[in-house]
Design a protein around this ligand. Structure first.
Ligand SMILES: CC(=O)[C@@H](O)[C@H](O)COP(=O)(O)O
Ligand SMILES: NCC(=O)COP(=O)(O)O
Length: 238
């Protein structure tokens, strides 16, 4: 079973654009959950462009599905996560001004740092996932950090989908996920997934436990509406 965790960053972006509380992030999340979303993800970035720390606190108190908080493990981010204690924290290596997440960790180079962060979060009962490029070698280092899961960064999967290079690109994802399963590390995936490319990933990637999807899903809702869009994504994951 692969859980659908909806990333509400873009709902928060719309809310922030007018300085009021419309759309309300909590109400939107609760409506997503009523329609079958099995998790909520948000990525409070340092510049507060969309999801905010206050959203994390409010969601934690008011939703009954898994909460996944993504971010660079700065001290203030870690203090917030350790206080909120979401179900999962996904560590991403984004610098503060990043337009969006565009690479996974080099776990070998950041081993000491990541080991300390992983241990700190796990001590608070938070499951840890590390954002990773499709590279089986990196999985070995990710395991050494002590992480519970990896999150495969699926931008190149999405970009190659339907092109001549897809088979070669997907082979890297398959090898990385298979290595994670072999090492007992959980497999999540996210970034640029959509209704067109999700089914193949679900049907062919070993051990896929969770997908976190935001930009395409929220954009598609503008055309299809919330109910149809969520139903379509859940159908892709059957
Ligand atoms: C980690 C990842 O790939 C996405 O979850 C990221 O959170 C997207 O961030 P933006 O919504 O700011 O593009
Ligand atoms: N971790 C990926 C995520 O939460 C959403 O990424 P995207 O669907 O907005 O590209």
């Amino acid at each position: 079973m692969t859980a659908l965790s909806v990333n509400i960053n873009k709902v928060a972006l719309l809310r922030n654009s007018r300085g009021c509380d419309e759309p309300n992030v909590l109400q939107f999340s609760q409506d997503l959950i009523k329609l079958g979303a099995e998790g909520i993800t948000l990525h409070p970035r340092p510049d507060g462009r969309h999801a905010l720390y206050s959203d994390v606190y409010e969601l934690k108190k008011n939703i009954d599905v898994e909460l996944n908080v993504e971010g660079y493990p700065s001290e203030d981010f870690l203090e917030m996560v350790c206080e909120v204690k979401p179900d999962q924290c996904t560590l991403v290596p984004d610098p503060p001004g990043a337009l969006t997440s565009d690479s996974g960790w080099d776990c070998e180079k950041n081993m000491d740092f990541l080991q300390k962060v992983v241990a700190r979060l796990q001590a608070e009962g938070v499951r840890v996932s590390i954002f990773l490029d499709p590279d089986p070698v990196q999985v070995n280092f990710a395991m050494k950090t002590g992480t519970d899961r990896i999150e495969l960064y699926t931008q190149s999967y999405a970009e190659s989908y339907g092109t001549d290079s897809f088979e070669k690109v997907f082979a890297g994802y398959f090898a990385t996920a298979a290595r994670a399963v072999e090492l007992g590390v959980g497999v999540n995936a996210g970034h640029d997934l959509n209704q067109e490319n999700l089914t193949y990933l679900k049907q062919n990637l070993p051990g896929l436990a969770e997908v976190s999807i935001g930009h395409a899903l929220i954009s598609e809702m503008l055309y299809q509406g919330m109910e149809t869009t969520i139903k379509n994504y859940l159908d892709c994951l059957k």
